[in-house]
Write a protein that binds this ligand. Structure first.
Ligand SMILES: [Zn+2]
Ligand SMILES: [Zn+2]
Length: 439
């Protein structure tokens, strides 16, 4: 039992008794639930974008064509999947260690904390009379004038003087009359405790992660050994897709993502429950940054200008030395002058699209020739071979059909990409990167 802090002028802080906080899921400690949430969020969001890819649901918002996904990446989807799972295993093991050193979550102190903030609000009111005096206003006269109609306002103006607000309180084990908080003070204190302070902690954690990742990410690009040994792996994805977000060298994944967010959590003083939001949000944001879509209805892409369009430029060979900031804001790129400023990116995107499509077309043409040769040879083959030949033709036909649909859809898709990139980066009408509208 903690002893109440009594002051003759300030309302006293209530006593409190700490007790273990029951976990959200009865059979799983909250610190382990966070680890599960991070992995589940990663794969659920990735799966949604994968479905977009497979069923070509939003071709008009794709940053790259399906042909580019096929031809420009230097790593298979299986390798990406495998390395992401490895990183998530490391991340989960690290989370277990953090959970071991973390104190057991407790509760029971909430009303004490709210009253603590209310005391600070009461103290802050003492600054009002001198502040008013500095601009020539007499707070005493004002308070007297308002005391009949606006007693709370009058009390605040007079420096937080609420002589009529008293209540029975237990002080040193005895019931006694003590000063009380005004309802507005308690309401404000509750908003501070429940929303404002957690929001500031969240923002601070985001800034820590951004700073950590910007410094290390930029170092990975500036030091040849670091790039060749670690970071080049992530850049095998020239055309990022959602679940490639954590495709990294395991050491880099641990250093940038796992350690970065872990440090942000510790530095911000978040509770485990708050960290559920933070880790999940950071994970979803990273996936979204690599999703390959510039979606006008995706809140993650609208909150800040660091989004899929922004990070995609960093994944291109011509933009790789720019746009290092990730995952939340772009201010480090802005301050340190590493934001892409090479002008209109439309022609560059179009060139990549065209080259990838040409490769697909060439391969299909080769397939067609091969198919014709096969047909001639096999027309004289025995009946036994007939069924397998039919199977081969049908496979090739389906391949051809698929690439033809790629060609048709991408022709339409590309129209408007420039505007989509522009809008997603800077809002409608913005043009900081020189991505202009087509006319
Ligand atoms: Zn990079
Ligand atoms: Zn990336």
């Amino acid at each position: 039992m903690a002893t109440a802090n009594i002051s003759h002028e300030l309302p006293p802080l209530p006593d409190y008794t700490l007790r273990p906080l029951p976990p959200l899921v009865s059979w799983l400690p909250d610190s382990y639930l966070v680890l599960l949430l991070i992995v589940v969020a990663y794969w659920v969001v990735s799966l949604i974008f994968h479905v977009f890819d497979v069923y070509d649901l939003f071709p008009q918002y794709r940053l790259h064509t399906p042909a580019e996904v096929l031809k420009r990446n230097h790593v298979t989807r299986w390798e990406v999947f495998r390395d992401v799972v490895i990183q998530q295993i490391i991340q989960t093991l690290f989370g277990f260690i953090l959970a071991l050193i973390d104190e057991e979550p407790m509760c029971g102190k909430e009303e004490y904390d709210v009253a603590w903030y209310a005391q600070k609000i009461r103290l802050a009111q003492r600054a009002i009379p001198p502040l008013l005096a500095s601009i020539g206003l007499n707070s005493g006269a004002l308070a007297t004038k308002l005391s009949a109609t606006q007693p709370m306002l009058a009390a605040a103006l007079s420096g937080g003087n609420y002589p009529w607000l008293v209540k029975m309180a237990t002080v040193a084990g005895q019931h006694t009359l003590a000063p009380a908080f005004a309802p507005w003070e308690l309401r404000t204190a509750r908003i501070l405790y429940s929303f404002a302070i957690p929001a500031l902690q969240f923002l601070f954690a985001m800034l820590v992660v951004d700073t950590w990742q910007y410094c290390l990410h930029r170092a990975m690009h500036q030091n040849k050994w670091l790039y060749a040994t670690f970071h080049s792996r992530h850049h095998r994805l020239y055309v990022p897709y959602a679940y490639g977000a954590l495709y990294n060298h395991p050491f880099e994944g641990f250093l940038l993502d796992t350690l970065g967010t872990g440090l942000a959590y510790l530095a911000s003083g978040m509770t485990v429950r708050q960290s559920m939001w933070f880790f999940t949000c950071a994970t979803v944001k990273t996936v979204d940054d690599h999703c390959g879509y510039s979606l006008p209805f995706d809140p993650m892409q609208l909150l800040t200008s660091n989004n899929a369009g922004y990070h995609d430029i960093h994944h291109q060979s011509w933009g790789i030395k720019t746009n290092f900031s990730q995952p939340f804001f772009t201010f480090w790129d802005r301050f340190l002058n590493t934001m892409w400023n090479g002008g209109d990116v439309t022609a560059r995107y179009e060139k990549s699209r065209r080259h990838a499509q040409q490769k697909v077309d060439r391969e299909n043409a080769g397939d067609m020739k091969e198919l014709s040769a096969d047909s001639l040879t096999q027309s004289s083959a025995s009946e036994l071979d007939e069924s397998s030949r039919g199977q081969s033709v049908s496979v090739r036909r389906s391949t051809r059909k698929k690439s033809s649909s790629i060609s048709q859809s991408t022709a339409g898709n590309w129209k408007g990409l420039r505007n989509k990139v522009n809008e997603s980066l800077h809002g409608k009408g913005g043009n900081v990167l020189g991505v202009e509208s087509s006319h």
